[in-house]
Write a protein that binds this ligand. Structure first.
Ligand code: PGU
Length: 399
């Protein structure tokens, strides 16, 4: 029809487009280390035992009603405890405005829209590099973006001094997006001491910190430990925002279960902010999906299922950590002239390999290995079965 003749095909998504290309490749040798989705040592997606058990308990449920616009209050309360702590004073004092969201993406977008509406002149400082969809989210929310230094290519680590300069030079009261743990795509996190310095400088500059915590549990294997950056900021009195997701750490990818929370001055402000978050959700999707929220609540409210979940998260994190060591050692055994120390120094789901886009293209065309063109390797896709093949291919394109 002539209505849409001006519509051009959208560009391939830098991450999800890799999955499409992988699926389309008929080669039996193909390896997918693109999308950040956990795979077991057989390269298969995993449904956690705790989720299977929760499904059994929910089976036959006759409850199919709408959730409120803010989602499942029980799931939200249980989720806040993961981020703020079981005994958080902020939860007790009802100072947190929080709603269930369409996973982490939905939490980031709802916050970006809230920021646009209630801090209309503000912009957002986003790290270089970051999860590619962060730029889309704040762009579509029409919040202007700035960037701040984060990754140091020479050391493949954190460019802490440049980061602190950018924080210092930003106008007072700027909004910053921070990855709470397991930075995507670099796998580089500030140390606890560096987080403390960042928090102090944010205090001095009266900046707003928005934490995207999409991988709680995947950095260290311990969700409480992975929330350390958030706890430091809370101890220092910051009124922060947090995006949480159960996509990776509970394997609920397609269930789209997440949470957006904003720490407010007092209960009255929290009620007002929550009502406005609901007001934003209503014309967007009205209310969030039921099933995933019920799975999360069933698991987290039952001490046995929760401890099973904690064990399973650690197993996933430990498998990834083990693959880091194996990949690095395989590359070193091949006599690679490059240092691969960063493969084991970086943490979480991703390794920022340092491969150039051209080298990545060769891995795909010559070896049927799929990763994002920024050289990010989803370590979750690395298995004892493919790590040798992967190391050899990386060696061949980098020697
Ligand atoms: C930092 C960060 N925030 C939020 C999300 C959103 O996750 P939800 O599924 O909405 O909870 C991701 C997922 N990034 C992964 C997964 C694929 C994607 O959405 O890009 C990735 O980078 O491969 C992420 O890496």
């Amino acid at each position: 029809s002539s209505w849409w003749k001006s519509v051009e095909p959208a560009p391939k998504d830098p991450i999800l487009g890799v999955t499409e290309a992988f699926l389309a490749d008929p080669s039996p040798e193909k390896v997918n280390v693109g999308v950040g989705a956990y795979r077991d040592d057989n390269g298969k997606p995993v449904v956690l035992e705790c989720v299977r058990e929760a499904e059994k308990r929910l089976a036959g449920s006759t409850f199919m009603e709408y959730l409120p616009m803010g989602g499942s209050a029980k799931m939200v309360d249980l989720t806040l405890k993961l981020a703020y702590g079981d005994n958080s004073e902020f939860i007790k004092d009802k100072r947190i405005a929080a709603v269930q969201t369409l996973s982490g993406t939905g939490a980031c977008r709802l916050f970006a829209d809230f920021q646009k509406r209630f801090s209309p002149g503000s912009q957002i400082y986003i790290p270089v590099p970051t999860w590619s969809n962060h730029h889309n989210i704040w762009k579509d929310a029409q919040v202007p973006q700035k960037t701040y230094h984060y990754y140091h290519p020479e050391t493949k680590g954190l460019d802490f001094s440049a980061l602190m300069d950018d924080v210092k030079n930003a106008p007072e009261g700027s909004f910053f997006l921070l990855h709470a743990c397991a930075h995507n795509p670099t796998g580089v996190d500030p140390t606890e001491e560096q987080w403390r310095e960042i928090s102090q400088l944010f205090k001095a500059k009266k900046h707003f910190a928005f934490f995207d915590m999409a991988y709680q549990g995947f950095a260290s294997g311990d969700p409480a430990r992975d929330a350390k950056s958030i706890r430091i900021f809370l101890e220092d009195g910051h009124h922060i925002g947090i995006s949480q997701s159960y996509a990776k750490n509970m394997g609920l990818y397609g269930q789209r279960v997440g949470c957006l929370s904003v720490l407010c001055e007092d209960p009255k402000q929290a009620v007002a902010v929550k009502s406005q978050l609901q007001q934003l959700a209503r014309p967007m999707y009205s209310n969030p999906p039921l099933h995933g929220a019920q799975l999360v609540s069933t698991i987290l409210e039952d001490p046995e299922l929760k401890s099973l979940w904690l064990k399973e998260v650690k197993v996933m994190a430990d498998r990834i950590i083990g693959m880091r060591t194996t990949l690095r050692e395989s590359l070193e055994k091949l006599g690679s002239p490059l240092s691969w120390e960063h493969v084991t120094k970086q943490i979480g789901m991703f390794c920022y390999s340092g491969l150039t886009p051209e080298q990545v293209d060769r891995l795909t065309s010559e070896y049927h290995i799929y990763m994002t063109r920024n050289g990010r390797i989803s370590m979750a896709g690395v298995t004892t079965g493919n790590v040798g093949y992967l190391a050899n291919a990386i060696h061949e394109v980098t020697k």
